[in-house]
Ligand binder design. Structure first.
Ligand code: ZN
Length: 147
């Protein structure tokens, strides 16, 4: 009987894909314990925000030309990296998502689509939380530097 390995290949792949989410409890503990300074919190939550926007596995969500049976607009369901990105299969989908975000009137549509999917929801909420934590930590850092 061999030893059971703690880091199997599957677990390593999991950590590689979801490291941004694993960062969240670390950030939470860092904020909660007042021992950690603002700088490491800003760096960690900054990394977390970058992960959510550019790397987290979410559905692509770009509009596609096909219509559903009831004539509703359909969206690309392929896997994409990050809320802002599109899928690998169609480079234009990334642009379509960027264009949606560029026009403020489309934000609701974009959010509804991202939030409709569990993975997209988790990534969006985490993106908000990490962005907020980054801004607060940076603010605290600047205040402490100005003193
Ligand atoms: Zn796509």
């Amino acid at each position: 009987m061999g030893k059971t390995k703690l880091l199997t290949k599957k677990r390593k792949q999991f950590i590689w894909r979801f490291w941004g989410y694993l960062l969240l409890p670390v950030i939470a503990v860092a904020i909660w314990s007042t021992q950690v300074g603002a700088a490491p919190i800003a760096i960690m939550s900054g990394l977390g925000a970058v992960y959510m926007f550019m790397l987290a596995p979410v559905p692509c969500g770009a509009p596609i030309r096909e219509r559903g049976r009831d004539g509703e607009e359909l969206y690309c369901r392929r896997n994409a990296r990050g809320i802002l990105g599109g899928c690998n299969q169609n480079r234009q989908h990334g642009w379509a998502n960027a264009k949606l975000l560029a026009s403020r009137s489309k934000w609701g549509e974009f959010l509804r689509r991202v939030l409709a999917d569990g993975k997209g929801f988790a990534a969006s909420v985490s993106a908000l939380a990490t962005s907020g934590a980054t801004i607060i930590a940076l603010g605290a850092l600047i205040v402490s530097l100005l003193k």
